[in-house]
Design a protein around this ligand. Structure first.
Ligand SMILES: Cc1cc2nc3c(=O)[nH]c(=O)nc-3n(C[C@H](O)[C@H](O)[C@H](O)COP(=O)(O)OP(=O)(O)OC[C@H]3O[C@@H](n4cnc5c(N)ncnc54)[C@H](O)[C@@H]3O)c2cc1C
Length: 379
């Protein structure tokens, strides 16, 4: 049974690892990605705030060596879900099962002036380039702004505001700086009231201006203002934006999307096409776009494939994810949240604390060890 896995992000890496661990040489997996290696989302913040370097957070796929898994670095140019066949720059691949884990792409051009008047930090290139910009920044009005939902890792803009506060304090320029956070939500992490309240308290303590329930629709580079969806104008010296998220073009062109994302059965991650699954950020499954959820969904699909191979039954997706988020001052908070179809999400907060920074480091380290055979730490 050949499994073709599209995308080697959180979802594709977990799915391929689990199939290989359980089935060994009996498995026949082709894992395809256009890039040469993987970078954890949280590493983007670590690089941009000068905690580490771009080289240190890059995990080459050449190190992803698993029995029964063949990694192919190439761009996927079309997906034929009916025939479970994909075209790539390296030729055609056909599977008995197709799993689509191609993530979410970013479209900075959808927000006029974003790249002319500001920066984005959601791509690797954008975050890594900001390392020098932030190192040289001498204080002033900083605006961190979300364009519109959905966007990856909902706590990340709040983390960025708190890390920015720490950076400006370290530089000795916090007194002559302002930090404003613009988010299209009523609270920072809507499914987790405790975590949201803790963040709002931290914003107040640190003098961070919180502007909820609106997004950034444009920047006017000449006047150095961000124009929000309610037409408010926010002046800035440094603008850090979260661009509009879209499914990768190859997914949209395949006709698999409805309202921009691939619909799936929330219990099984099955698409409308037999033996075609979609997992993670590319779907509209209802969980936030975050690596922990992509990984959890990949496990369910892997278990389904393993069970089919062994003629057994499987469990369905439980919608659970644990997110660590930076709280400033070296502290980290942990939200444990469950999303079940038709029910309001339930999230609980632990921390923030210095100890949880160790748990977050272990989260990255276990995956670097398991996926890439590397001893690695994000500190
Ligand atoms: C600043 C920031 C901080 C974050 N922090 C966290 C965090 O602390 N915890 C957390 O859980 N999540 C975090 N995230 C979110 C997390 O990075 C993503 O949600 C996660 O990577 C999604 O996993 P995925 O497998 O669905 O997609 P991805 O990891 O995006 O993988 C998709 C893969 O598909 C490949 N691909 C796309 N198109 C093609 C094509 N045409 N041909 C070939 N390959 C293609 C891409 O190269 C990519 O490798 C953060 C994100 C950001 C931006």
């Amino acid at each position: 049974m050949r499994v073709v896995v599209l995308g080697a992000g959180f979802a594709g890496l977990e799915l391929s690892s689990r199939l290989s661990e359980e089935l060994g040489d009996e498995t026949d997996v082709v894992l395809i990605d256009k890039t040469a290696g993987f970078v954890f989302g949280f590493s983007k913040l670590d690089v941009m705030f000068g905690r580490t370097t771009a080289d240190a957070v890059f995990h080459p796929y050449a190190d992803f060596v698993k029995p029964g898994v063949q990694f192919v670095q190439t761009a996927i140019t079309s997906i034929d879900a009916t025939n479970k066949r994909v075209e790539t720059d390296a030729g055609t691949f056909e599977g008995d099962i197709l799993v689509i884990g191609l993530g979410a792409d970013l479209d900075p051009a959808a927000t006029p002036g974003l790249l002319e008047g500001g920066y984005e930090f959601y791509t690797e290139a954008g975050a890594f380039a900001l390392r020098d910009v932030l190192a040289e920044f001498d204080g002033g009005r900083v605006v961190i702004g979300v364009t519109r939902p959905p966007f990856k890792c909902p706590p990340a803009p709040s983390e960025t505001a708190l890390m920015m506060h720490d950076l400006l304090v370290r530089k000795g320029v916090r007194d002559r700086s302002e930090i404003t956070l613009v988010m299209p939500f009523p609270v920072p992490i809507p499914p987790a009231p405790d975590a949201s309240q803790a963040l709002l308290t931290a914003f107040e303590e640190h003098g961070i201006t919180w502007m909820p329930e609106r997004g950034v629709r444009a920047l006017d580079p000449a006047r150095r203002v961000a124009i929000l969806t309610d037409d408010t104008e926010v002046p800035h010296d440094l603008f850090l934006g979260i661009p509009v998220h879209v499914a990768p073009p190859v997914v949209i062109e395949s006709g698999l999307t409805v309202d921009g994302w691939i619909p799936v059965d929330p219990a099984t991650l099955a698409t409308a096409y037999p033996d075609v699954y979609a997992v993670g950020d590319v779907t509209s499954v209802g969980t936030p776009k975050a690596g922990v959820f992509s990984e959890g969904q990949a496990k369910v699909v892997a278990d389904e494939i393993i069970a089919r191979h062994r003629g057994q039954d499987t469990a369905s997706y439980d919608g659970r994810g644990i997110c660590y988020f930076e709280f400033g001052d070296g502290k980290v908070g942990k939200v444990d949240v469950v999303f079940l179809p038709g029910q309001p999400p339930v999230g609980t907060l632990a921390g923030p604390s210095i100890d949880l920074a160790g748990d977050k480091a272990e989260f990255g380290a276990t995956r670097a060890r398991r996926w890439f055979g590397q001893e690695w730490s994000n500190f």
